[in-house]
Design a protein around this ligand. Structure first.
Ligand code: PEP
Ligand code: MG
Length: 605
């Protein structure tokens, strides 16, 4: 079995078509001065031919896929019209007296290197666009036909080192059921298009083109732990925000049957759930809650809207700080937050425009290290300098984020949330810095929303135990069960050896959850949950009955949660909660509690 990162969810069972990396052999040929103009013309004609092809692909994509995806090819067209690229190539031909292929390959390699070296992931991925147009122009110069996969003979999983957007666009989508690539990230354009077409895709599988042969029968499971949050993957030691996908090569019939069933279940679940779009998350007897999303990047907003999310309950901002060598600037953060807020403020066919976005401030530390954050190695990083603890010690890191958040606040419905609060003093210290940042913006005359609600995560037992006090000072709570379980049960959430002790049904955990909701409501504030328990079908009736107001989970879990909410009476969920809390006080084990909740059968669609 091969493993990679899910770039687009789904299950595919089909034969593989392996696309060998197409590397052109570019020879350096010296030309005479008389030939310069001829070579330059040859180059310009190849560019023109490439542009015509791109215009066709762009139009085809606009009709078959959508405006946004077509824009990728518009961007390629712009790149191909870039005078710098064109003129530099012409100069290279005349200055170095070399053939057009060599000159263009050389100039474009310079541009690729430039983009590759950029810190911003988005900009780095633009290097792929240049590679893509380079292949196209070189193909034309060398008289090679571009890869033609416009008519696939049967349902196919394409396996490639990398699949460029233009290669992807020309593939027969009727029969393309899966994509496996060796490189590429979740933000690559191919991943974006695969997502919008709901084609299963797993990226980052090393040497996939060597390990898989054309004609192999593949099972591609790109569902990951679709019933769990990304943090579930983190528990398996995977990078947070990445869902794990798997590929089985020529599996036995039993496995094939198993995955066929899974695929069927998945698609019938999706179909059934589709009709819930536009409906409210309300119980049979009229009790309303909010079903919102956990995201970690701008890309995921599309998914939130697609699954009719009512807002974002947790935007984990730390991912912008990762995979780079220095701190993001205030401007970079401001642009990201503003774009997310604006994107969440649109009307969709299903629902209203204004959706609240809870952005959580930096939660670095624990398992989320930053190479450029120079702090001493800690013996217990999860109990160490993490999240607001770090931000309070290093206001020079914290303030730019708060400034960026406040400046972005005028673009949508923002709420700010602070992670890892363990005492009232900590929150008051955070608020002091926050107020000073507000004062700075005021003096600078920069606009911001003066009434941004401030909330805290309740993910440390000490905070849960004083939640009655904290509730008097904050505007909302969000329970972070991923950490609350680890700190309550003293079980490292990453340690596989004690994984069975990481117990969501532990009476202590359930009591704390009940206490936090009660204390929040006592002071009239909303209580949400953004830890992965909020998206677990068997726990939803219990949490509902305990009075949880907002359930925040992976976008693909949201409609399922809405379905459960809509199929139950609130009064019954209250009884379920009472029963479970009684079990917590009796001799019942957490296994009993788990079994009781599963037997209620809210998990089956
Ligand atoms: C949590 O602890 O439940 C949570 C949502 O935060 P994270 O998983 O990012 O620590
Ligand atoms: Mg946490």
């Amino acid at each position: 079995m091969l493993e990679g990162i899910v770039a687009s969810p789904g299950v595919a069972l089909a034969r593989a078509l392996v696309i060998a990396p197409r590397e052109f052999v570019i020879e350096r040929k010296t030309i005479t001065a008389e030939k310069v103009e001829w070579e330059q013309q040859r180059f310009l004609q190849a560019v023109e031919k490439s542009k015509r092809a791109l215009e066709e692909i762009s139009e085809h994509t606009r009709l078959k896929i959508g405006e946004k995806e077509a824009a990728i090819f518009e961007a390629h067209l712009l790149l191909l019209s870039d005078p710098e690229l064109i003129n530099k190539t012409k100069e290279e031909i005349s200055g170095s007296l070399v053939n057009a292929e060599y000159a263009f390959d050389h100039v474009s390699a310079g541009f690729v290197a430039l983009f590759d070296a950029m810190e911003d992931e988005y900009m780095r991925e633009r290097a792929l666009d240049i590679r893509d147009i380079t292949k196209r122009v070189l193909g034309n110069l060398l008289g090679e036909q571009p890869l033609d996969l416009s008519l696939l003979r049967e349902e196919t999983v394409i396996v490639a080192h990398d699949l460029t957007p233009s290669e992807f666009a020309t593939i027969d989508k009727e029969r393309l059921v899966g994509i496996i690539t060796e490189i590429g990230g979740k933000t690559s354009h191919t991943a974006i298009m695969a997502n919008s077409l709901e084609i299963a895709a797993v990226v980052g599988i090393n040497n996939a083109t060597d390990r898989i042969k054309s004609g192999d029968f593949l099972v591609l499971n790109a569902l990951g732990d679709i019933l769990g949050d990304a943090s579930a993957n983190r528990q398996k030691g995977k990078k947070q925000g990445e869902v794990q996908g798997e590929v089985h090569i020529n599996p036995d019939q039993d496995k094939i049957n198993y995955f066929k069933k899974l695929k069927k279940q998945y698609s019938s679940q999706l179909k059934q759930l589709d009709c819930l779009k536009g409906l409210s998350s309300q119980t049979i007897d009229g009790h309303k809650v909010h079903i919102v999303a956990n995201i970690a990047s701008l890309d995921e907003v599309k998914s939130v809207l697609n699954y009719d999310g009512e807002g974002v309950g947790l935007f984990r901002t730390e991912f912008l700080y990762m995979g780079r060598s220095n701190w993001p600037s205030e401007e970079e953060m401001f642009n990201l937050y503003r774009t997310v807020l604006q994107a969440m403020n649109v009307k969709t066919a299903e629902s209203i425009g204004q959706r609240t976005v809870i952005i959580r401030t930096l939660d670095i530390g624990g398992d989320k290290e930053l190479p450029y954050l120079k702090i001493d190695k800690e013996l217990n990083p999860f109990l160490g300098l993490r999240a607001v603890r770090l931000c309070l010690q290093r206001p020079e890191i914290f303030k730019p984020q708060l400034r960026a958040l406040l400046r972005a606040s005028v673009y949508g419905q923002l709420k700010i949330m602070f992670p890892m609060i363990s005492s009232l003093k900590e929150f008051l210290d955070v608020r002091q810095i926050y107020d000073s940042v507000k004062g700075d913006l005021e003096r600078e005359g920069l606009p911001y929303d003066k009434k941004v609600p401030l909330g805290i995560m309740i993910e440390i037992p000490s905070a849960a135990l004083i939640s009655d006090v904290l509730a008097k000072h904050v505007d909302f709570f969000s329970i972070g069960t991923n950490d609350l379980i680890q700190y309550t049960c003293a079980v490292d959430r990453l340690n596989q050896n004690i994984h069975d002790l990481y117990d969501p049904y532990h009476p202590a955990v359930l009591r704390l959850i009940q206490m936090v909701i009660r204390n929040g409501h006592q002071e009239g504030i909303e209580v949400g949950m953004c830890g992965s328990l909020a998206g677990k079908p068997e726990l939803i009736p219990l949490l509902l009955g305990l009075g949880l107001d907002e359930f925040s989970m992976s976008p693909s879990q949201m409609l399922r949660a809405r379905q459960i909410i809509r199929s139950i009476n609130y009064s019954d969920s209250v009884k379920i909660a009472e029963r479970v809390m009684e079990m917590c006080s009796s001799m019942s084990s957490s296994e009993d509690i788990g079994a009781y909740l599963r037997n209620l059968n809210f998990m089956e669609p």
